[in-house]
Design a protein around this ligand. Structure first.
Ligand code: NAD
Length: 250
């Protein structure tokens, strides 16, 4: 699909990489809408970029149904979905208090939050999007999932790593299942990219993160956009994950 023919919906588009993708789709001449759970962020980004923005929690079934209905109406059908919304709630499985020696296990609530947004979210959005494609007779469509370098298994990210491995694996499953409806499914596994998610790290932690990267720097959102553009544009690409990580292996 030519990028200018895209009628794209980007989840988690109020900031970070999602916002960059919204801007780039618009600049390329595509029609684009986005959603975010952060209502103030939706208002500000929609006004600044002049594109439709919707408040939606991707982990909520009803909220996602309303999103796909409204975005599809706003754009005259959606043929590209970028499952970008994601969160981290990091921590070790077991932690010992240095002074008391007391053991603490990782929070079930934080485990569930990350699974709900990073894995159930893309499932709900993909299901509603694919249904909308079939109902509207859209025969050339594409889904881009955001996995992560952490899919390999990153210490302190048991929940996040599981979701990012899960989404890479569902990229293969959905590519197989949706090919007959003309829907391709690709994923991107970024390394550490300069967004609010990464900039929230303590500086010493950030330096430790960058040190083993062969390219010795964070990636930029625009460098991940290059992968989005490739997946949307290459009609023979489906069921695979593009790794854009400066050469880092965890
Ligand atoms: N930044 C990185 O280094 C990096 C690396 C690998 C993968 N990723 C993945 O890329 C994606 C974007 O990351 P980012 O760094 O731009 O993150 P970010 O935190 O800057 O932005 C994520 C956006 O998603 C929104 N969001 C959170 N929960 C939501 C929900 N339930 N429903 C709808 N929107 C929700 C947030 O409000 C925010 O605007 C995420 O899936 C992330 O896991 C990021």
């Amino acid at each position: 699909m030519k990028i200018e023919a895209a009628r794209a919906l980007v989840t988690g588009g109020a900031q970070g990489m999602g916002r960059c993708f919204v801007e780039r789709f618009k600049e390329a001449g595509a029609r684009v809408a986005f959603c975010d759970v952060n209502a103030d962020g939706v208002k500000a980004t929609a006004a600044e970029l002049g594109v439709p923005g919707f408040v939606c929690d991707v982990s909520d079934e009803e909220s996602v149904s309303a999103l796909v209905r409204d975005a599809s109406e706003a754009l005259g059908g959606i043929n590209v979905l970028v499952n970008n919304a994601g969160i981290t709630r990091d921590g070790l499985l077991l932690k010992q208090d240095r002074t008391t020696g007391e053991m603490q296990g990782f929070s079930l609530a934080k485990w569930n939050q990350v699974l709900a947004v990073n894995l159930t979210g893309p499932f709900l959005c993909t299901r509603a999007f694919a249904m909308q494609c079939v109902e509207r007779g859209i025969e050339d469509a594409c889904i881009v999932n955001m996995s992560s370098i952490s899919k390999a298994g990153n210490m302190g990210q048991g929940n996040y790593s599981a979701t990012k491995a899960g989404i890479a694996s569902d990229t293969v499953v959905w590519a197989k299942e949706l090919a007959k409806f003309g829907i391709r499914v690709g994923a991107i596994a970024p390394g550490f990219i300069r967004t609010p998610m990464v900039e929230a790290m303590r500086d010493d932690v950030l330096q430790k993160v960058i040190a083993p990267v062969p390219l010795k720097r964070l990636g930029e959102p625009d460098e991940i956009w290059e992968a989005v553009r490739f997946i949307v544009g290459c009609g023979y690409f489906t069921g695979r994950t593009v790794e854009v990580d400066g050469g880092l292996r965890l």
